[in-house]
Design a protein. Structure first.
Ligand code: HEC
Ligand code: HEC
Length: 460
């Protein structure tokens, strides 16, 4: 396609200065001249231009002073320094299967000799090609080796009870065998470990794996192998519970629920504390907005992979772009249709009481000050990634997103709106008995109106 563009503009340039064009090869009829789309141009800039990446990074950081921002400002977006000097790593990797784990239990873990690197080096792709490549990265690019998960798989039944289950095709979504930098084959984790759930045995990428008990898997590993673990860290892991992880290396106590990844480019910020700004209403043109947000997402994923791997490698930038295209394309599963009773009233009540924050196509909106919400503010204030704010939670397929709030503290939509949740007698909170304060919006409404809002939410 680039050849067509170049030839096309040469022809146009000649026409423009009044001479007869004399093409050396077949002329391209004017109606077939393909100009690069804004997205193609943006991708080229992201791939090739360090200044462009640096500017995009700086623009996207909501709070330049938190640890997340400081790490990146110190190391990312330089032409010839920082993370740019890390080797671009294209790993040899295969998905982990029940067959491989069986052999592993008898002490053998090796890659088949003919295993190729994940990427064949071809970047001449159309949108579907980028997404397909991104899907492979999402399921197969190892973020790092994980001994605790390798240990858990020695007991398949217990592993399944912790959320580590094979799909009906025998593969474990989110787990791979890869050749590590020292040449040794290891079990590795990928994006899909946390961001893919099994729905009737089929992996559904984007859906949070809410039954993953990652903290418990790690505790059991340390208890059973004697590999030491700091008592303070052990105490924190014990409190994570299913579907929650504290993914920062700081000493704040701020475990956060794994979110669904539906329609992310409809949001105005990424992460529940709004750590990264997306274009939102700052860019009116929808294709420019999309390109802008894809860059923010690609930089997020590129830098996440660098840090998860311990600052030893970086992913080829093409793979980070592909991952962004794939993640941005994720859609929720179709929800069962519900009886429409109350939905119309619920929609009206929602517009009156909720829409000022939960706005736009995804029912989210710009992050709001944490004190105006009142939920546990450890994440909003965290030195690692805090901004002082929370993003209004997107409401895409919200019925299937339980438990609710950034810390997964409330079990049902009805309880989100029920004033009894705020009282000391409340026993159903998922971070322990006692009240779950905050986000009291709607709890003052009469029961029928609350029920109508719940009915409406279930249709989103
Ligand atoms: C160990 C579990 C885990 C793994 C592995 C993981 N994530 Fe996440 N991810 C999380 C958690 C927890 C959050 C919530 C962070 C927050 O809101 O502060 C999150 C947030 C996100 C977000 C922001 C979503 C939003 O609502 O704004 C994106 C995008 C994302 N992850 C993509 C990825 C990709 C792509 C990978 C692979 C490179 C990956 N994650 C690997 C647990 C994980
Ligand atoms: C002042 C802004 C604001 C208003 C008004 C508001 N919300 Fe929220 N909402 C938020 C924020 C911020 C969060 C995320 C809070 C957190 O995770 O700690 C949230 C979270 C939620 C969640 C949890 C979703 C999930 O997946 O975890 C639901 C459900 C919800 N709101 C529904 C409502 C309803 C219904 C109303 C109206 C009765 C409402 N909200 C009014 C800001 C608001």
């Amino acid at each position: 396609m680039r050849a067509i563009v170049a030839l096309g503009s040469a022809v146009l340039a000649l026409v423009a200065c009044g001479r007869e064009p004399t093409p050396v090869s077949d002329p391209v009829p004017e109606d077939q001249v393909v100009l690069p789309s804004p997205e193609d141009r943006t991708r080229e800039s992201y791939l090739a231009d360090a200044k462009f990446r640096r500017a995009a990074l700086e623009d996207s950081l909501a709070n330049p002073d938190n640890g997340y921002s400081r790490d990146r400002l110190a190391a990312y977006g330089f032409a010839d320094a920082g993370w740019e000097l890390l080797p671009a790593w294209n790993p040899r990797v295969v998905p982990l299967t029940t067959e491989i784990t069986r052999r592993m239990r008898s002490g053998e873990l090796a890659l088949p000799p003919a295993t190729n690197p994940l990427w064949d080096g071809n970047a001449n792709l159309d949108l579907d090609g980028w997404r397909e490549l991104g899907r492979r990265v999402f399921f197969e690019y190892p973020l790092r080796a994980d001994d605790s998960i390798a240990h858990a798989l020695l007991d398949p039944e217990r592993a399944a009870a912790r959320g580590l289950r094979a799909a009906s095709d025998g593969s474990y979504p989110g787990l791979v065998v890869f050749e590590d930098l020292d040449g040794v084959a290891r079990i590795g984790i990928t994006c899909a470990l946390c961001h893919t759930a099994l729905v009737e045995g089929r992996p559904w990428p984007g859906r949070a794996r809410r039954d993953l008990e990652y903290g418990r898997v790690r505790l059991e590993y340390h208890a059973e192998t004697g590999v030491p673990l700091e008592p303070e860290l052990a105490a924190r892991m014990a409190r994570w519970g299913p579907g929650r992880a504290d993914i920062t290396g700081d000493d704040d106590e701020d475990p956060v629920a794994i979110p669904d990844l539906w329609r992310l480019l409809e949001l105005s910020a990424l992460t529940q504390a709004g750590t990264l700004r997306l274009a939102g209403e700052r860019i009116a043109d929808s294709s420019e907005r999309r390109s802008h947000d894809l860059v923010v997402l690609a930089i997020r994923q590129e830098t996440q992979i660098i840090q998860a791997g311990g600052d030893r490698i970086r992913p080829p930038r093409e793979l980070a772009w592909a991952l962004a295209e794939f993640v941005a394309s994720l859609e929720p599963p179709a929800l069962p249709l519900h009886d429409a009773a109350g939905v119309r009233e619920g929609r009206e009540a929602f517009a009156k009481h909720c829409r000022r924050c939960h706005d736009g196509p995804a029912g989210s909106g710009p992050p709001v000050l944490a004190q105006s919400v009142g939920t546990d503010r450890a994440l909003a204030d965290s030195r690692a990634r805090g901004t002082g704010r929370f993003r209004p939670a997107p409401l895409v397929a919200v019925e299937a997103a339980a438990p609710y709030f950034h810390d997964g503290s409330v079990p049902t939509l009805a309880d989100v709106l029920d004033p009894r949740r705020l009282a000391p007698e409340y026993r159903d909170g998922l971070r322990g008995a006692g009240p779950v304060p905050g986000h009291s919006f709607g709890t003052e409404l009469p029961p029928a109106e609350r029920a109508a809002i719940v009915a409406y939410l279930r249709t989103l």
